[in-house]
Design a protein around this ligand. Structure first.
Ligand code: FES
Length: 176
């Protein structure tokens, strides 16, 4: 749901540098490139991209909720009609802090669980056939109750209480 904002990136300017662009001295360059390398190492060490360990790829930005989702303390209010990925059966969205996966089971049945896989802390990745999958190591959970169906996870996803108001089509999730 969350994508990096491109709004802060200035458009390409045909090869000339803006006069107010800050220039890095040698120390600034080393600091900047060192930070980038550390970030790259951490990404590799944490399994980013190789499916080998925890990753926050696609992790929700706690300060930015997707359109149609608001928060009041630990309560999430989800306007189903405004969250495109949640409208179809087996649709889902991951939002907020704590990271919460909300799943549409069809027939106005919704569930919400912690989105952190209990195996090694990755965010769950996909939902199909009423199953929530963590792509890091393949753990699979029942989207109805969060129970683990396939390991290596040894325990299920913790469920959060939900209430759906069919007249307003707003789902309330108590993500505590
Ligand atoms: S973190 Fe290993 S299966 Fe989810």
């Amino acid at each position: 749901m969350l994508r990096p904002s491109d709004s802060s990136v200035p458009p390409a300017t045909g090869g000339s540098l803006p006069a107010d662009l800050p220039l890095l001295d040698r120390r600034g360059f080393l600091t900047t490139s060192g930070a980038a390398a550390i970030a790259a190492l951490l990404t590799t060490a944490c399994g980013g991209g190789d499916g080998g360990g925890p990753t926050d790829a696609g992790a929700p930005d706690n300060n930015a909720l997707p359109t149609g989702v608001t928060r009041d303390g630990t309560t999430l209010r989800v306007d189903i009609e405004r969250v495109a990925t949640l409208r179809p059966t087996n649709g889902f969205v991951i939002v907020g802090s704590p990271a919460t996966v909300i799943v549409n089971l069809g027939n106005d049945q919704f569930r919400a669980f912690t989105a952190r896989c209990p195996h090694a802390g990755c965010l769950v990745s996909s939902v199909s056939n009423r199953r929530i999958v963590c792509n890091c190591h393949g753990s699979t959970f029942d989207a109805d109750n969060g129970a683990v169906l396939v390991g290596p996870a040894l325990s299920g996803l913790r469920a959060f209480p939900v209430a759906f108001a069919s007249e307003t089509r707003v789902l309330t999730v108590n993500a505590t």
